[in-house]
Design a protein around this ligand. Structure first.
Ligand code: NAD
Length: 476
């Protein structure tokens, strides 16, 4: 078992202020793989003090200096890529192929996207009225990340902070701290000055809240549940910090009868089940035009029941376990709620045969779902799809928008004009048409209770910048 009790503060790996151990479990075996420390407000204070001290000089470094450091980080990340993928397999349970092709890959893609954006960023510009506008790093940033796409979220927060000249304290999810500690080693090796990046492990109510409340933190960037995002916002309110939030989702996937049904429905189910259904932007509510409904339900059941769970250390396209016992229990409760509310089921509660150890769940397809049911309103965060029929385009848009969330939406139709017309009316931050992917460098984020920031590329840099107007007497 790895001893990972130390935190990274002021350029050194240091002991926590008080000993408070937490075991990191492998979700496929339920066995401990490492021990970490849960930090307290004292550890957070030390890390924030280091970040505040480093800000004085790091905020004045040139874009060229920061680009050189980021390029170095990219080279190191590429060299240690397999280590990152294997770490995510061990602590999250993401299957080996998925970890290598998706989970670790985002660390390269986002870093490259930010490097490209930083090269284009205008830190000084003349406004049409003659005034001068400056963009400056906002200050010391508190970064809190979840476990489901762990290095994705770290890259989307740490990299723009470092790129813009901010300094930061990262508190990763206590369920997946090891990839974050590996990332810290890479930052150390890249040669970022001491205190620019700091890492404190811990849980939300202690270390997380201490960051949100800290008077010397200028901005909180949070990704996680809407519940915790609200807590961070309230904790940050007394010190009037900027707070950016990337929260949950319940994304609609509108399937019109004129879509390439077999291909689009199959791809949609695989996307819903990807990462064991633990993706904030997963297409979890499939809205289907009535004339294609029976055909879609049949394909969904077939493809859904063909999905296999399996050992995450093995190569292949199977689904791994959920991250934790808590998530397993949550998903089971929601599947049972779907059954109780009368939706038609394929799959269901309980563990798949032969997987008694590990937090494995059965891929599940619910048909005849009504948008008022819990399985249509709450984020399940497991391989569970809800299918809902509709009669008209207008009704599809109304059901799609009838949710507290607004992260992603999906439209399947061969009619391009209709696709764009519908996309323009969906209250969501990202709309995917016929499988169009999210490309690195484009803003990622949501409407409504899915959050309020945009991560990645130029928009992601802007979140970490203050704007200053300089008024000169001779404006011309
Ligand atoms: P979570 O909210 O329980 O935890 C996320 C992080 O917040 C963890 O580091 C946790 O320790 C911390 N935290 C918890 N309570 C806190 C508090 N009161 N104050 C400060 N920090 C606190 O969420 P999770 O279970 O780790 O992640 C799953 C959730 O994240 C899902 O809802 C998912 O949709 C969301 N998510 C959103 C995006 C996005 O970009 N929109 C991306 C990935 C995940």
């Amino acid at each position: 078992m790895l001893d990972k009790r130390k935190f990274y503060i002021a350029g050194k790996w240091v002991e926590p202020a008080t000993q408070n151990d937490l075991l990191v479990l492998n979700p496929a075996t339920e066995k401990p793989i490492a021990v970490i420390s849960l930090g307290t407000a004292v550890d957070v204070d030390r890390a924030v003090a280091a970040a505040k001290k480093a800000f004085a000089s790091y905020s004045r470094t040139s874009v060229e200096e920061r680009l050189a450091l980021l390029e170095k980080l990219l080279a190191i990340y590429k060299r240690r890529y397999d280590e990152m993928a294997d770490t995510i397999t061990a602590e999250l349970g993401a299957p080996r192929t998925m970890s290598h092709e998706q989970q670790a890959d985002v660390g390269v893609g986002h870093l490259q996207g930010f490097i490209d954006a930083l090269k284009r960023l205008k830190l000084r510009e003349k406004l049409p009225n003659g005034d001068t506008l400056l963009r400056e790093p906002i200050g010391v940033c508190g970064l809190i990340t979840p476990w489901n796409w762990p290095v994705n979220q770290i890259a989307l927060k740490v990299v723009p902070a470092l790129a813009t000249g901010c300094t930061c304290v990262l508190k990763p999810s206590e369920f997946t701290p090891l990839n974050a500690m590996l990332y810290a080693e890479m930052i150390e090796e890249a040669g970022f000055p001491a205190g620019v990046f700091n890492l404190v492990n811990g849980d939300g109510i202690h270390a997380g809240a201490a960051l949100s409340k800290h008077k010397d933190i200028d901005m909180m960037s949070f990704t996680g549940s809407t519940r915790a995002g609200i807590a961070v916002s309230k904790d940050a309110a007394d010190t009037v910090k900027r707070v950016t939030l990337e929260l949950g989702g319940k994304s609609p996937n509108i399937v019109f009868a004129d879509a390439d049904i077999e291909e689009r429905v199959t791809a949609s189910i695989l996307e819903c089940f990807n990462n064991s259904g633990q993706s904030c932007d997963a297409p979890t509510r499939m809205l289907v035009e009535r004339s294609a409904y029976d055909e879609v339900v049949e394909i969904a059941r077939r493809v859904g029941m063909e999905a296999r769970v399996g050992d995450p250390t093995k190569v292949g396209s199977h689904i791994g376990p959920l991250v934790s016992h808590i998530q397993f229990e949550r998903v089971q409760a929601l599947i049972e709620a779907g059954v109780a509310e009368g939706a038609t089921l394929a799959g269901g509660p309980g563990k798949p045969e032969g997987f008694e150890t590990g937090y494995f769940v059965q891929p599940t397809i619910f048909a005849d779902v009504d948008n008022s049911m819990r399985i249509a309103r709450e984020e399940v965060f497991g391989p569970v799809l809800s299918i809902i029929p509709f009669d008209t385009e207008e009704e599809a848009i109304a059901i799609a928008n009838d949710t507290n969330y607004g992260l992603a939406a999906y439209v399947q139709t061969r009619d391009r004009e209709r696709a764009e017309r519908v996309a323009s009316r969906l209250r969501a931050g990202m709309v995917h048409i016929n499988g169009g992917p999210h490309r690195y460098g484009s803003p990622f984020g949501g409407y409504k209770q899915s959050g309020n920031g945009r991560e990645g590329g130029m928009f992601g840099l802007e979140d970490f910048l203050e704007v200053k107007t300089v008024h000169l007497p001779d404006a011309a």
